[in-house]
Design a protein around this ligand. Structure first.
Ligand SMILES: *Cc1c(COP(=O)(O)O)cnc(C)c1O
Length: 265
């Protein structure tokens, strides 16, 4: 399947138990299992399956699988909004005392979020986009991630993702790219070296201004280390799945900013 086919069909298998041609909507808050033990296993992320829609839901999984394909990643997590996706993407790997380095060409809501993070002891350095010297100058031992938008909203400047990914990796840091203004139809940041891509699916991905949601996609390529990312703790044993595993088991389900199923279908 190529891009235009995947837009319509990727992830469909997750839902096709009876051959339905229109994706079924699992509008159910809870899911039954054969035994309490089976349910406990799923609830504790030890077995695949569904237990409660704040944790996961088959219709949402199909959407995650589709965007994962379109962005060329390994796994995705769909959220309540673009801001929820960005918040999850950050909070999964940062702790009090950590720092973020970001391009200053950003969506206003994201700039506000960086201000909110100050209350949790997380400091952000804003630098001129594509100015490598400026990025280098503020990166230090507390830096945990680099952030930029593919096309800054509303400035419309284009980020050299390949250059920024090389700079980030030279410092052992992941690059998180907000791809909302371009979408994977125009550019795939993960192919250019970004490690995690976030999209507000309230915009082009929704396509008709009728609902709010967001999604983040992990390439699975970043090498997380215990020294630099102690917060990933026990999840490091999952290797390429460490980042998404921790998110699903902790911040995503506990912050509760989950995909608004009812709004979309
Ligand atoms: C709209 C937007 C967001 C936030 O998305 P919401 O779905 O409104 O929370 C984030 N980044 C960019 C570039 C946006 O345009």
């Amino acid at each position: 399947m190529r891009f235009h086919t995947e837009v319509l069909h990727a992830g469909k298998k997750e839902l096709e138990k009876y051959g339905a041609t229109l994706p079924p909507v699992y509008q159910s808050s809870a899911f039954e299992q054969n035994s309490a033990e089976d349910l406990a296993g799923i609830f504790e992320n030890k077995a695949p399956g569904y237990c409660y829609t704040r944790v996961s839901n088959p219709t949402v999984t199909a959407f995650e699988m589709r965007i994962t394909k379109l962005e060329g990643g390994m796994a995705s997590v769909a959220c309540a909004s673009g801001m929820a996706a960005i918040t999850n993407a950050f909070m999964n790997i940062i702790q009090s005392g950590d720092e973020i380095v970001t391009s200053a060409s950003l969506y206003g809501g994201t700039i506000d979020l960086f201000r909110d993070l100050e209350a949790f002891g997380i400091r952000t350095h804003f630098v001129e986009n594509n100015n490598w010297e400026a990025f280098e100058k503020v990166i230090n031992e507390h830096t945990k991630l680099i952030f930029a938008e593919t096309i800054g909203n509303p400035g419309l400047d284009v980020t050299d993702i390949k250059g920024l990914a090389e700079l980030a990796h030279a410092h052992g840091l992941p690059l998180i790219i907000d791809n909302t203004t371009a979408t994977s139809y125009l550019i795939r940041p993960l192919e250019l070296g970004a490690d995690i891509v976030v999209n507000s699916s309230s915009k082009y991905i929704n396509g008709n201004s009728s609902a709010i949601s967001g999604i983040l996609t992990d390439s699975g390529h970043f090498k997380w280390t215990r020294e630099k990312y102690p917060i990933l703790g026990e999840y490091l044993k999952y290797g390429p799945m460490a980042y998404i595993s921790r998110m699903r088991a902790t911040v995503f389900r506990n912050f509760g900013a989950v995909f608004p199923l009812k709004m979309h279908f």
